[in-house]
Design a protein around this ligand. Structure first.
Ligand code: PGA
Ligand code: ZN
Length: 334
């Protein structure tokens, strides 16, 4: 027998809203479910345990009448472990006092080394700044000029009616594609930091293109160019290849004022603790932190919890049209 039905909106791998329905059946385990709902649940809530006190909660569960059923007790015990872990656990480790859902940067056009086309920048992202709280799944058309990409995105934002609420983020990935330095418009020329800076300053200030964030505009070792660009722009300048989530490189970038935001990739540094230190180091320099996926990904959703637990404020997990990217956004919705 069906005992309960719950539904929520999630997104399918094409980015379209779809419905997820949980059907709870009473078959076989209906007694255990009843026990959780009617007996264990209410009395556990009344105990006012801290969810992280697993041992205390488990001891309390074990002291209950054994006739409530091992399945019911185990289910509650594991659910407590899951509820008390991930975002909460990370927050405890990182000493974060507030938790926020991160602002997502959705990739919509792919170029560079990941796309096999001729667009010089790796990622064009839309960032829905109004909310308070190739490989990356972007389309990969053959468009020569980055301005044509920006024009297309601007047109889409305008058509959607969200011009007031969405801005554009770029990942140039200049280290990955040396020709990012050159192919800005239809002409092949060498873009110096001053030239690139001027172009971006003009475009940003005129609000012609609402670019609010630019990542890896120059090669990872071209610190002078980074510093110059950072001094010219008042937008978010994100270090990815520049800093590689490595405390040493973050320190250097801080002292040289090379950027004002850290792209945080857990598997670049190794352990969770090191990732937390990297995030805290960036925050202590008043940098922003954007938790990031990798171009090669699985359906694992840990980084969604990481972004919340660190109170990072931002996450980029690609487009909404590849399930391994979407899984992270859906995890945030849940
Ligand atoms: P990577 O790039 O995972 O290939 O380093 C992704 C990104 O730059 O965001
Ligand atoms: Zn990058």
């Amino acid at each position: 027998t069906i005992v309960d039905i719950r539904a929520r909106q999630i997104f399918d791998s094409r980015g379209k809203p779809t419905i997820e329905v949980d059907v709870k059946t009473g078959d076989g385990v209906s007694k255990a479910i009843d026990n959780v709902h009617q007996i264990i649940g209410p009395s556990l809530v009344a105990q006012k345990f801290n969810v992280r006190d697993q041992q205390k909660i488990d001891d309390w569960l074990l002291s209950l009448d054994a006739r409530l059923g091992a399945n019911a007790l185990l289910g509650v015990s594991l659910a407590v472990a899951i509820a008390g872990s991930r975002a909460d656990h990370i927050a405890k480790l990182a000493g974060t006092s507030t938790l926020t859902l991160p602002l997502p940067a959705f990739n919509i056009i792919n170029g560079g080394a990941h796309a096999g086309n001729i667009i010089p920048f790796q990622e064009f992202m839309i960032i829905p700044t109004a909310i308070n709280v190739g490989d990356e799944g972007g389309f990969a058309p053959n468009i020569r000029s980055v301005y044509d990409c920006l024009d297309l995105i601007m047109e889409a934002i305008k058509k959607s009616g969200y011009l007031e609420h969405v801005k554009i983020g770029l990942d140039v990935a200049a280290s990955g594609t040396p020709f990012s330095y050159m192919l800005m418009e239809n002409s092949w020329r060498n873009y110096t930091p001053i030239l690139l800076g001027n172009i971006l300053v003009t475009r940003c200030n005129l609000a012609q293109y609402v670019v609010c964030s630019i990542e890896d505009a120059f090669d990872q070792d071209d610190f002078d160019s980074w510093t110059l660009l950072s001094s010219m722009l008042e937008i978010q300048i994100v270090g990815d290849d520049l800093t590689v989530t490595n405390p040493k490189r973050i320190k250097e970038a801080i002292s040289r004022r090379a950027c004002n935001a850290l792209l945080l990739k857990v598997n670049q540094i190794g352990t969770l603790s090191e990732s937390i230190s990297a995030a805290l180091m960036a925050k202590s320099a008043s940098w922003n932190v954007m938790v990031s996926h990798r171009s090669g990904e699985t359906e694992d959703t840990f980084i969604a919890d990481l972004a919340v637990g660190l109170d990072a404020g931002q996450i980029k997990s690609g487009a909404t049209c590849r399930s391994e990217r979407l899984a992270k956004y859906n995890r945030l919705l849940r």
